[in-house]
Ligand binder design. Structure first.
Ligand code: HEM
Ligand code: ISQ
Length: 154
């Protein structure tokens, strides 16, 4: 894969802007996932006892931030070595959690779309198609690693 310095810079630059507003962005990210795929509601423990998205759930925020951060790290790795390598223990855990929750491959497209919309809102005027492509590429590689691990799980 050819992932350029420019692409890495676009991802890092937008992540720096996103960090300024983590509470709102993590909620927006999660809400957008459920807007695109309402059926996914049942998979998340944050929604166990309610129909509405909790406004201040530390676990929701922590998981959302991990998705942002891991995608950003994937971009850096793609630039540095042309591939995404997730630490073995992290990958094992993610594979097992996602299989247990009933996540399937198609859900990864939903999360990607929600991620890209969240980034677009977060960066405002700084948004570009090129920025979206860079995030999408990094995400696809990270998602591929998790999906492969999920297949090992069974
Ligand atoms: C949990 C990351 C894709 C649904 C998690 C956790 C992380 C994470 C870090 C917490 C794991 C733990 O509890 O130890 C990611 C990343 C993804 C991804 C980096 C893609 C690159 C997806 C997709 C879905 C999904 C596609 C399906 C819509 C869930 C659910 C949980 C979870 C249901 C459990 C949340 C809970 O109830 O505690 N994910 N995820 N994830 N993820 Fe993902
Ligand atoms: C877990 N996995 C993927 C995306 C998420 C978004 C918000 C909260 C938890 C998540």
């Amino acid at each position: 894969v050819v992932f350029t310095e420019k692409q890495e810079a676009l991802v890092k630059e937008s992540w720096e802007l996103m960090k300024l507003n983590i509470p709102d962005l993590s909620l927006q990210f999660f809400t957008t996932i459920l807007e695109i795929a309402p059926a996914a509601k049942g998979m998340f423990s944050f929604l166990k006892d309610s129909d509405v998205v909790p406004q201040n759930n530390p676990k929701l925020k922590a998981h959302a931030v991990k998705v942002f951060k891991m995608t950003c790290e994937a971009a850096i790795q793609l630039r540095e070595k042309g591939e995404v390598v997730v630490a073995e223990t992290t990958l094992k855990n993610l594979g097992s959690v996602h299989v247990k929750k009933g996540v399937v491959d198609a859900h990864f497209e939903v999360v990607k779309e929600a991620l890209l919309r969240t980034i677009k809102d977060a960066v405002g005027k700084k948004w570009s198609e090129e920025m979206a492509v860079a995030w999408a590429e990094a995400y696809d590689h990270l998602a591929a690693a998790i999906k492969a691990e999920m297949k090992e799980e069974v």
